[in-house]
Design a protein around this ligand. Structure first.
Ligand code: NAP
Length: 241
């Protein structure tokens, strides 16, 4: 799909990878719909970028998502690409994960992308096609201790994304999965529970920039490839270090 002139909706656009993807897509000539809960931030970004609509939206809330899709349609008439990027981590051992936290992590990282896809699909079908990128994580390539809640949610997202791709292929709707690795964002400061481990600190010595991930996400939209990863080979990915 061509980025130039397209309408791209990005969830979790108020920081990190989402904000970087908004910048990159804007520079490539897209018009944007920015979603997040921190409205002042996305409103500011939208003002800086121009050609962008900012909407407060908790993506775990079906009603708020429905309103966001309707407003995007009313404003632009279409949504060519959806980037399901909003996410949150949790660091705890299997024994210590609070069940309510586990449910919240699933709700945001796995259920919300389904809510978003279900909400945008009728519009994409009516307009004759579209592109969806689900942002998962390279941690799904290995059973990292203390990643149980987040890793399970993202592993579920990988399969949800693959099934959606298979189901929608003949409708002109292309679903892809992006698997970033450690990226320098607010992610580790915004954990649902727990805190950075020694391993995180070591990983952080080679953290990617959010701009690098953003470029790969836009490449996925352009190519329609099934997935892309920024995971070093020694962690099971395809990235030569
Ligand atoms: N950073 C990494 O090392 C890394 C590695 C692999 C994958 N990822 C994935 O990359 C994606 C982006 O993460 P990031 O690293 O850019 O982290 P980040 O800077 O913490 O950004 C997370 C974004 O998600 C949004 N968000 C959280 N809960 C939300 C909700 N209920 N409704 C709407 N938006 C919500 C936040 O906005 P508000 O708080 O304003 O709502 C924020 O914009 C996530 O899916 C993450 O799992 C990150």
């Amino acid at each position: 799909m061509n980025i130039e002139g397209s309408i791209i909706m990005i969830t979790g656009a108020s920081s990190g990878i989402g904000a970087a993807t908004a910048r990159a897509a804007s520079q490539a000539g897209a018009r944007l719909v920015l979603l997040a809960r921190r409205e002042e931030r996305i409103a500011k970004y939208a003002g800086e970028l121009g050609n962008a609509l900012a909407m407060r939206c908790d993506v775990t809330d079906k009603d708020q998502v429905a309103v966001a899709i309707r407003r995007a349609e009313d404003t632009y008439g279409r949504v060519d690409a959806l980037i399901n990027n909003a996410g949150q981590g949790l660091e705890a051992s299997i024994e210590d994960i609070e069940i309510d936290d586990f449910k919240d992590i699933l709700a945001l990282n796995l259920v919300a992308p389904l809510i978003m896809m279900q909400a945008v699909l009728p519009l994409m079908r009516a307009q004759g096609g579209g592109s969806i990128v689900n942002v998962s994580s390279g941690v799904t390539f290995y059973p990292r201790p203390h990643s149980g809640a987040y890793n399970s949610a993202k592993a579920g997202l990988n399969m949800l994304s693959s099934v959606a791709r298979a189901e929608l292929a003949d409708q002109g709707i292309v679903v892809s999965t992006m698997l970033p690795f450690v990226t320098a964002t607010e992610f580790n400061d915004a954990l649902k529970a727990g805190s950075k481990t020694q391993e995180d600190e070591e990983d952080a010595t080679f953290a990617h920039t959010p701009d690098r991930v953003a470029d790969r996400i836009l490449d996925l939209i352009r190519s329609g490839d099934e997935q892309a990863d920024l995971v070093p080979r020694r962690f099971g990915g395809s990235l030569e270090e």
